[in-house]
Unconditional design. Sequence first.
Length: 129
Amino acid sequence: MTNEKQLQTAYDSMTARCATLQNKVFSLQSEVAVFERENAAQSLSCSNSSNKWISVDDRLPNEDDVVLICYDEKPYGDSVGDSLVDTAHYLLHGTWQMKHKWSREVTHWMPLPEPPKPIEIDGIKKENE
């Protein structure tokens, strides 16, 4: 095979590989868009009073409590952000430790619900599904 044919074969191979990778990127972008729509539909609103959110201005949890929190996410220094929900460990003085970061932007919190209790059928314990 001549050098020119080798170059053409390599070029064709790389072009095909790029097309495959581009299709994967488009597929992943579609999956992310679906996930973001589903996540937005399931998100909790901090302003919904039926959720029994407690404002941090009214009361704070006890030290070392793990609670559900609502906090303002201000990406890239924007003055306006989204309200997000997560669990956090309250450490005092307005410090909240989440799984992968710390935050002082918590606006509301509520105690975690009790975990589901196992049910017993014919003497056999089974977890709620």
